[in-house]
Ligand binder design. Sequence first.
Ligand code: ZN
Ligand code: ZN
Length: 398
Amino acid sequence: MPIINRIASYHKDMTAWRHDIHSHPETAFEEERTANIVADKLGKFGIEVHRGLARTGVVGVLRAGTSSRAIGLRADMDALHVQETNTFNHKSSVPGKMHACGHDGHTVMLLGAAMYLAETSNFDGTVYFIFQPAEENEGGGRVMVEEGLFEKFPCEGVYGMHNIPGIPTGRFAVRPGPMMAAYDIFEIVVKGVGAHGAMPHLGIDPVVVSSHIVTALQSIVARNVDPMDTAVVSTTQIHAGDTWNVIPQECVLKGTVRTFKKPVQDMIEKQIEKIARNVAAGFGAEVTKWRYERRYPATVNSERETEFAAEAATALVGQDNVNRSPTPAMGSEDFAWMLQKKPGCYIWIGNGDGEGSCMVHNPGYDFNDEILPLGASYWVTLVEQRLARQAAMPKAAE
Ligand SMILES: [Zn+2]
Ligand SMILES: [Zn+2]
């Protein structure tokens, strides 16, 4: 694989770090052990360490030369609430938690880059190594931004990277504009009238009403969203009833919405509520709780920084291995919050299409150690290209 030679010599160490972090997964805002490892290593590399942003966040600051320019590189550190089914030695030692999204690998790739850059200092400016907590669901990236990430560590651009199973190793994919969708959640409580299960005519069955709502919600994407736009409306939870022969009083529906454009998002939010309230009313039931929450915005890459990211990837693997127009994914990313504040680029690195193709969030997933040095080489190349040293000025004639 085309990687920086010196980083290839870190491969064994990086693999050991990754296995250690993988076997000790920590979820949102509890990444104490992981943050300690990160801070300890950065300190040993001679990098200035700042802690405490978003509770467990860590930022390393490395300066070289005299330029006042700066860029930020971001990795996520958190694991998921998933029971791992892998049986290899580095499997999770914590029941119910696992690094099922590869953030263990992301953390180590950025650590590898930090080690190299601290050792070589072949750039002019400042690099911020941003290790964020709670990427999954809880918006650790948003909290870092709210707590002053970019005021404390001002930079001209911020960059993120995620592994993607199914893309072969040695390849990258990146595009300007939307890469990942906005992530919203909704909750609907339908109140009917409880009754004996054998005497439905004496009640109003919230389970039947809710079933009609779930079905009707499917018409939003099919009939209300412009066919040239993209959206997902998924009802993912239905909770009602306790026993065989009782029609319950209430039914709770929960789900998620994914969109790329704000007008589509606005329309869907209104439409879900309208359908839920009116379908319920048609049956004589009532929506007693309506909650719609916008969790993560869409992840939108800026043109210029996407060009920079693609250039760095191309320098490593060649243009045939950098897909410049991948289909955006309907998944979401809280790196989106950083991209709302700063221009930047989120790139995908292939986790493999053979053994590395088990999808993220699956209990059998594992980050592919083979790509650790490639990811670190990408970060280093990006820094050395963006914060390139100026050629020495020729001496004035004396
Ligand atoms: Zn994930
Ligand atoms: Zn992830």
